[in-house]
Design a protein around this ligand. Sequence first.
Ligand code: DGJ
Length: 690
Amino acid sequence: MVDIAEDGRTWLLRGPNSSYALHLTEADELLHLHWGPAVALADAEALAVRPLPAYRGFESPLDGHEEYPVEGGPRFVRPALSVRTEERRGTEWAFVDHAVEDGELRLRFRDAGLVITLHYRMRGDVVERWVSLVNEGDTQVELLRADAATWTLPDREDWRLSHLHGRWAAESQLTSGPLTYGEKVIGSRRGHTGHQYLPWVALDTDATEERGEVYGCALGWSGSWRIAVAQLPDARVQITGGAGYDDSGLLMLEPGESYTSPVFAGLWSDGGFGGASRAWHAYQRAYVIPDADRDRPVLFNSWEATFFDIAEDQQAALARRAAEIGVELFVVDDGWFGARTSDRAGLGDWTPNPDRFPRGLAPLADQVHALGMQFGIWVEPEMVNPDSELYRAHPDWVQYQPGRKRTELRNQLVLNLAREDVQEYLWEQLDTLLSSAPIDYVKWDFNRAFTDAGWPGETYPQRLWVDHVHALYALLDRLRAAHPGVAFESCSGGGGRIDLGILSRTDQVWTSDNTDPLDRLAIQHGFSQIHPARIMAAWVTDSPNTQLNDRASSLRFRFVSSMAGVLGVGGDLAEWSEEELTEARHWVDLYKEIRPVVQHGEQYRLRPPTGGLSAVQYLRGDETVVLAWLQAQRYGEPVPALRLRGLDPSASYECRETGEVHCGAVLSHHGLHTALHGDLDATVIRLRRI
Ligand code: DGJ
């Protein structure tokens, strides 16, 4: 809902619990008025007449108050928009008009030939913001930087910043600390979203898990990006973010050309960090993730079981075992195509390896289907090994700088997806592949960052960064449209490409290559701050975890850890004993029972994974599921009861595990005792309102 003042200069966007307001002065300065609890248009208008601070000393009254600070004029904050033409640099805009269409507010400004439109759309309590720029003039305009939005927080003391940092196999680690004067910048200059940060920040002053105001911002972009959180000299806080890390040039807009930024979404919540997460989850399920109402199947993935050593019969044998334990989707990972017997060769040649799959993929896919499972495969379309037919035929199709080394990471180079011939090649290869066998699922990987992002012969090679992402999105969109039954997983060496942009065209993500069930609890805790369990793939692999840390853990602990998301199995089932397979079957059956609650329910983080007892609760209608893990028990220290949340205090809840009936108030106030004890124990508790 958008309310507009009579003079057409104050706008109020309204969500179910919050509102957002902005105002245009007579001098065409676009000022931020309000982002927080619901207010009326009259309140916004009253805020609009409050004077800006006067010029004092060296400070600009505009700084910290503008919706979209451009470069130029009396502004010293980090500009959201920085452009240059042959004649000048910066922007001096004049308001053109506003429009509201399908709930989207558009404010149009013009600076000579450049038309700048700010877009606002409220979805639930999430405000989506983005900018579009059109060069209607007859000379080039270089976009040095065009952020999607700048967010302004209300005046408060002692802001605290939370975000997710990490690295390969240790993504999504939650960290928070006081925001101080200056800027905190997170992002990626790697060409993909990156393992190092998820594009999300949260700011609060005194929120707890379930109480208090939390502001959050999340970017929907799968290339290089930047979010800068600034505490300005007067202590006001602004957050600006968009595509690209540096300000050294995004695109050259030729006359008639345009650029649309990714969406930078913002959420205000007064439900603490838990409430904010639930609102983000609801938003993604309702507006971002395709077919979010559909359950994601339990999958088996061959990677940790067979790595590159793949053969049709061996995969068929694994498939039989996977079917026995109740797996619903069997995915053959890397190694099925071209000359791909190691990471040294084959990327780029998307036809089945003739020694391994002499009859193509269809016979294996048919066997998998006959076992009652869906069939999936792994691809990494944006890459090429120098040892491949593709590279030998088209060495100029990769990103490279003439006269410089082509940096091989994991023995591979990045294809220049900005090239139309590369786009067409990939479309043909993948469309043919998906038509060649009954394939239901594609795990789409991306295993190295950009290092030599050059494009010889192109006058503005810089655009490769942005165009790569647009080409990736277009390819995914085209494949999804042509093969509507196929689901896609976003993977980038684990969790290197997780953001709202890729999520709008993939069905789930590979959270991390770290499949150690204990390490995973911390990763999952961070991940849940912004993204729902419905997309968070988690596999049960072998113990000890020889991939990573040699930690040994029970099948119980591994399963309960993975059941917090989209359950998968990634262990070498050929080596699992009958006893283990029987136990696995039990857990898979249990997961299928609780799946609707886990994948579609509201999530409450009862206790973070900080060493002792941790737990997550999911609530959907009358059903509640609690997953709890005891990392280590100290002698003499009792395991605390778990105080549940979101329950009706006057209702009764039956525990499916014990048959006991508890009152909602007791479960919330006194908590539920688990039978957890010792080290690395875990449990699943189901409660139903009766
Ligand atoms: C990285 C992924 O994260 C793994 O799961 C696996 O698919 C390998 N790539 C295959 O090369």
